[in-house]
Design a protein around this ligand. Structure first.
Ligand SMILES: [Zn+2]
Length: 262
């Protein structure tokens, strides 16, 4: 912790008790976080989604297009827990205005958290009453700044650093004997998962290849006819169109069957 921790907002000395990281300034009431290297503002994003709603959003994500068909019915949700998860929040200057970068401030397997959209206006001062539900940061600010540097953003361009706790539901579910995790961010309702039972692409690729081969062969008929004579060419064109129309039916049915099953 810095030798003398002073408030980011008013400059007063903070005098935290030993080990205290989340501090409210006695002079001005600002919520701050005392990192090893410096004191930063501490925000919280307030949830708008309760657990029942979050479960509904999870089911909708499972029924959506990214996941394997009928995952909402085939998966068994085992647990749902609520926590405020810490993110380092960096503002960096851009040619036009600024951009926000996020880096998880605690261990997580969900790297998608970096792509959360945090509406700046919705960030509230952190309230220490939330401590019981908050995950403590384990990634030091310095390490997060180093990560930003690796992303090509030197720290001179970072004009503001803050700690933000975001409300998250963590759902664990079973599918085909495998355990998976999906997060529902409880301010916007966004679903996030790194690993999930995805739609298989192979059957579509096989059906596409069969279709391509069938029509390529049919297209060779007129070419062969052209090499013989005019009437053979006319006959070959008709044959090609006729067989093409006939072949389209089972090929279409194959595609529809795959879409229904996968
Ligand atoms: Zn203050």
């Amino acid at each position: 912790m810095p030798a003398i921790a002073t408030c980011t907002q008013c400059g007063s000395e903070l005098n935290p008790t030993p080990g205290q990281l989340f501090v409210t300034c006695r002079s001005c009431g600002a919520a701050v976080y005392i990192d090893r290297s410096q004191v930063v503002f501490h925000f919280v994003l307030e949830p708008t989604v309760d657990e029942a709603h979050a479960r509904g959003l999870l089911a909708r994500w499972m029924a959506g297009n990214d996941t394997v068909k009928d995952l909402d019915r085939k998966a068994t949700v085992q647990s749902g827990t609520f926590q405020y998860f810490p993110l380092w929040y960096f503002k960096r200057t851009e040619a036009k205005g600024y951009a926000v970068m996020l880096e998880p401030a605690a261990a997580t397997s969900i790297s998608e958290l970096r792509r959360l959209q945090l509406p700046a206006g919705d960030l509230k001062s952190y309230d220490t009453h939330l401590d019981g539900q908050s995950v403590e940061p384990t990634v030091p600010l310095e390490a997060a700044l180093e990560w930003a540097g690796q992303q090509g953003v030197p720290r001179e361009r970072i004009t503001e650093a803050a700690l933000v706790h975001v409300p998250l539901y963590t759902f664990k579910y079973l599918f085909n004997g495998q355990s998976y995790t999906t997060l529902i961010e409880a301010a916007t309702g966004k679903a996030m998962a790194n690993l999930f039972p995805a739609k298989a692409e192979a059957p579509y690729q096989v059906a596409g290849a069969i279709t391509a081969v069938v029509f390529l062969v049919l297209a060779l008929f007129p070419v062969a006819g052209l090499m013989m004579n005019e009437s053979a060419f006319g006959f070959a064109v008709l044959l090609c169109l006729g067989l093409g129309a006939v072949a389209a039916v089972p090929l279409f049915m194959l595609a529809a069957w795959i879409a229904a099953k996968v």
